[in-house]
Design a protein. Sequence first.
Lengths: 115, 111
Amino acid sequence: EAGVTQSPTHLIKTRGQQATLRCSPISGHTSVYWYQQALGLGLQFLLWYDEGEERNRGNFPPRFSGRQFPNYSSELNVNALELEDSALYLCASSARGGLGGNEQYFGPGTRLTVT
Amino acid sequence: GESVGLHLPTLSVQEGDNSIINCAYSNSASDYFIWYKQESGKGPQFIIDIRSNMDKRQGQRVTVLLNKTVKHLSLQIAATQPGDSAVYFCAEKRRNTPLVFGKGTRLSVIA
């Protein structure tokens, strides 16, 4: 069974540009989560999508947005990039969102570098 | 505020010894806890989880202990191997909320 996949692996942008990151969940999973992991830090929750709807949002500015498609894949968009947006962006999926006890399986991440 | 944190940011152990990684959480409403392992250049990998109605759960070479009285979670790794070297994160969850991750502990195994 294929795991969570993310693309691209690496992304280099300049300040002020926009970045689009993509995630494909494990087949059968309906929930997708996005996290930001800055160098040397833990994972900060960004967004949670389930069944095409945004269920929860972390403490990030509105220029971080996303969506989930009918096939449950997801995009994370970051507008007006700032240098501090440089981080590893991780996507995870789970079988059912919102309920305790659902394992989240992570993808390998997209390394975003803003220069 | 609510937080999940770790007592030790780094841990070095001899190969073959047991490792204990600790984690403190502050929200007594959390009902689900997970340990993740993250190797360099990879995403976090699920290790083991435990619900709040349990105080111990064992997996293959790993044991998670939950002490709700002092809001403490620990991960024990038996017979630590070089392949166990990684950053370990604890995470807590409450119903209908996303996971909250701690900052992580780096485990270094000395051969």
